[in-house]
Write a protein that binds this ligand. Structure first.
Ligand SMILES: Nc1ncnc2c1ncn2[C@@H]1O[C@H](COP(=O)(O)OP(=O)(O)OP(=O)(O)O)[C@@H](O)[C@H]1O
Ligand SMILES: Cc1ncc(COP(=O)(O)O)c(N)n1
Length: 274
């Protein structure tokens, strides 16, 4: 564990959500709640609220380069996560800078489509993600549709999930966290699965009946990244992140007319220290 005087730093490379529930905003709120210093490199600006994405402006790859250069030269992170990456040239810029600065502990949340249906990753960029970024990662955190898209495996049963996780591990990610939020077969439960190349670990929670789940994936992967930045093991980072996201969904916020955001205060307020 870190000495109390050392503040660990985590970096998110993701898109901005003007509505504050997903993307960069969810990640920085999560880092803060977990007690790590949060930094960001913005890949795209979205005009977005709980009802959907109204506009989307990807950044030039040179702007990603400049942000990562500024961070790499002065504020080396202890762990990094990616969220919305948008296109292949942004993915290439991220991969180059990960290698140049040897940033440790990369967690990839392979964001593809927003809850409202907007495309957040061009289909042509899938190959770049697989070839350039996944091999650099300590963990990838797809939901079921994302795992299907990346592997070409249709996931219906638990053994399909295990096959997809093996396939993603074979692409070069040390750990695969295959999330179960989208699994229709487990109606009352959400079952998340972690594969470490040897064993499968499962987390089973009661499914919370709410439509206010905007930004769940972003928040969950940011909480895992925070744990890794703090020197926790992969398993312990996931375990704490599960408690964090469960609390955030259980107390999610009914703001806006659509899919409201999760509650980033909830873990601190209701669960921490029992
Ligand atoms: N209704 C729910 N009740 C309890 N936990 C949930 C619920 N929905 C999602 N989760 C949990 O939230 C985390 C994120 O999972 P999910 O499958 O929603 O990710 P995602 O689809 O990538 O999220 P996003 O839609 O934000 O991209 C997982 O740990 C999952 O088990
Ligand atoms: C900038 C950005 N990043 C990620 C998401 C995914 O979150 P969700 O699937 O909950 O819409 C999003 N909507 N916007």
């Amino acid at each position: 564990m870190q000495p109390s005087h050392v503040i660990r730093k985590a970096l998110t490379i993701a898109g901005s959500d003007s509505g504050g529930g997903a993307g960069i905003q969810a990640d920085l709120k999560t880092f803060q709640e977990m007690g790590v210093y949060g930094m960001s490199a913005i890949t795209a600006i979205t005009a977005q609220n709980t009802q959907g994405v109204q506009a989307l402006y990807p950044m030039e790859a040179s702007i990603i380069n400049e942000q990562l250069h500024s961070i790499g030269e002065d504020l080396p992170p202890d762990a990094v996560k990616t969220g919305m990456l948008g296109n292949a040239s942004i993915i290439a810029a991220v991969a180059e800078n990960m290698a140049r600065y040897r940033f440790p502990h990369l967690v990839i949340d392979p964001v593809m489509i927003a809850k409202g249906g907007s495309t957040l990753l061009q289909r042509e960029a899938l190959t770049a993600l697989i070839k350039m970024l996944i091999p650099l990662s300590v963990m990838i955190t797809p939901n079921i549709p994302e795992a299907e898209e990346l592997t070409g495996i249709r996931i219906v049963s638990l053994s399909d999930r295990e096959e997809a996780a093996r396939c993603l591990h074979g692409m070069g990610s040390d750990h695969v966290m295959l999330k179960g939020g989208h699994d229709p077969s487990t109606r009352d439960l959400v079952v998340d699965m972690l594969y470490d190349g040897t064993a499968f670990h499962y987390w089973e929670h009661q499914r919370i009946d709410t439509r206010h789940t905007h930004g769940t994936g972003c928040t969950f992967s940011a909480a895992i990244t925070a744990g890794l930045a703090q020197g926790m093991s992969v398993y312990d980072s996931v375990n704490r992140a599960k408690s964090f996201i469960h609390a955030a969904i259980e107390h999610s916020l009914e703001i806006g007319a659509g899919h409201g955001p999760t509650n980033h205060f909830a873990y601190r307020k209701h669960y921490k220290n029992g």
